[in-house]
Design a protein around this ligand. Structure first.
Ligand code: LYS
Length: 258
């Protein structure tokens, strides 16, 4: 017979598990709709997609998410957190949706449910030395990337790279290149285009794509009602001209996946 002590311990452990599971139940769309607000998390450090202008959170993805929320009839409540905390928080039911330029990858899709992509882009190579332009040119070089990004994953695949320096924020990786601590920086094409336009980074040149990716918002794994409604809202703003207007405002072009 099982001793009473271990029986009690087992019971407590089971109850804790059930409790935790109940506590982390993602909110389906009808619960979000009923409450009137959707909690959306982003990074706030990735201009021009999600960043601060003074105290105001703004950027292409912030405006896209707000336009989708308006279609769904819910008010967005924003949270800004470090990039590596965003997808994990979905599983803990800390927010309903993440929109922070996540590329759709098989690895991430094991943990979260992606919506339809809201733009297509890719990681480009940026360097001061005009001879560093392609993946082949990264051989023997020191490369800066933001931790936990698809840039890091794809630079890892370039076997001849001398060293990958990881930074908590993409802006730190950019500074490392600006100050000459690394030979190249890999980041999003549109982030690079914006960075290269601004003064302090004069001398940086954008090379080729290292890889391309489809970028999407994410919800808790299996929250298909929310993903489905978000997709409907996204399709609606893509159809009625709202998306094109927001995209043109930030990029001078329409960056939806073709
Ligand atoms: N698109 C990249 C990724 O999927 C970067 C995301 C944003 C980084 N601040 O990892």
């Amino acid at each position: 017979m099982m001793p009473l002590k271990s029986l009690v311990r087992g019971l407590v452990a089971t109850l804790a598990l059930v409790g935790v599971a109940a506590g982390v139940q993602a909110r389906p769309f009808d619960a979000i709709k009923k409450s009137g607000k959707i909690v959306i998390a982003t990074e706030g450090q990735f201009a021009p997609f999600n960043h601060y202008e003074g105290a105001k959170l703004t950027g292409f993805e912030v405006e896209v998410a707000e336009a989708v929320a308006a279609k769904l009839g819910v008010k967005p409540e924003w949270k800004a957190l470090s990039f590596d905390a965003l997808l994990t928080g979905l599983g803990q039911d800390r927010w309903d949706l993440v929109i922070a330029s996540h590329g759709i990858t098989d690895e991430r899709a094991k943990a979260v449910t992606f919506t339809e992509p809201h733009y297509c882009s890719g990681g480009v190579i940026i360097a001061k030395n005009p001879a560093i332009k392609t993946a082949k040119d990264l051989g023997g070089k020191v490369i800066a990337v933001q931790t936990g990004t698809s840039y890091q994953e794809n630079v890892k695949k370039v076997s001849a790279v001398k060293e990958i320096k990881n930074f908590p924020q993409d802006t730190d990786a950019r500074s490392a290149l600006a100050s000459g601590r690394v030979d190249a920086w890999v980041t999003d094409k549109f982030v690079a285009l914006k960075a290269l336009k601004s003064g302090p980074d004069a001398g940086m040149k954008m090379g080729d794509f290292l890889f391309i990716e489809r970028i999407a918002a994410a919800v808790a794994k299996g929250n298909s009602s929310l993903a489905g409604e978000f997709n409907k809202g996204l399709a609606a703003i893509m159809a009625d001209g709202t998306y094109a207007k927001i995209s043109t405002k930030w990029f001078g072009e329409d960056i939806r996946c073709k």
